[in-house]
Design a protein around this ligand. Structure first.
Ligand code: 5RP
Length: 228
């Protein structure tokens, strides 16, 4: 693919991301606190939210980058410890399977995203159609680890049959490295999420199967389809 084709493909994907992001506003209740994920699809959502900031003046953020974008959009960012429940959480994903289990963390914000998702009454996932897959695992699974456990956890991940790479030059908002695991066929996402999360040194992994979205908005050529 040459540079012009790449740019055209990205522009098309961005249009789809924006369409899914704008549709998510229909799931929000004016006046309630909004949970906000991270990533390029969410950046479109924050833009849309900013245009409706009178209806949605307050949010809880899942990353330093989203916090910055929310503030620029004129939305107050609350600490999760200040509130009991978030009404609706909107976030993107790297992969979505037909049962709505997700791989997340391509942007590195998986731990805070999982926390905010868990604190929310309703989770709306916004994706373009390229993210919808029959089985999770084509996208490398991100695992956030405590630095001293990197090699220990890496060896355990290799025993699952994956190829493990430390994400080069990257440290999460929590100060930890990420291991990206490719080559996994994730046929039982709940079991794998629980198994990896039990290992000492793992902060969290990017499978979102225990707390999965209630609604998935998939943008494609023919508009945005709402599943769930
Ligand atoms: C960040 C995430 C993102 O939601 C995921 O990587 C999708 O990102 P994008 O919308 O840029 O494709 O999990 O940790």
């Amino acid at each position: 693919m040459d540079a012009a084709e790449k740019a055209a493909r990205k522009a098309h994907q961005d249009e789809l991301k924006q369409a899914a992001a704008e549709k998510a506003l229909d799931w929000l209740t004016p006046g309630k606190v909004v949970g906000v994920g991270s990533g390029s699809t969410v950046a479109f959502f924050i833009e849309a939210l900013g245009r409706r900031r009178k209806d949605f003046p307050q949010a809880v953020s899942s990353s330093l980058r989203s916090t910055e974008l929310l503030r620029e959009a004129g939305i107050e960012v609350l600490d999760l410890n200040q509130i009991d429940e978030i009404d609706c959480y909107v976030d993107g994903a790297d992969e979505v399977d037909p049962g709505f289990a997700l791989i997340k963390g391509g942007g590195g914000a998986l731990t805070r995203e999982k926390i905010v998702a868990q604190a929310s009454r309703h989770f709306v996932c916004i994706v373009d159609e390229s993210k919808y897959v029959p089985v999770l695992g084509q996208f490398p699974l991100p695992v956030e680890v405590v630095p001293m456990a990197m090699h220990l956890v890496g060896r355990q991940l290799e025993k699952l049959g994956g190829t493990v790479r430390e994400r080069a030059g990257y440290i999460t908002d929590n100060g930890n490295p990420i291991l990206d695991v490719s080559g996994l066929q994730i046929s039982d996402p709940v079991a794998l999420e629980e198994t990896i999360n039990q290992w000492p040194g793992v902060v969290t992994n990017g499978i979102f199967a225990r707390r999965r979205p209630e609604t998935v908005l998939i943008a494609g050529m023919h508009g945005v389809q709402a599943l769930g």
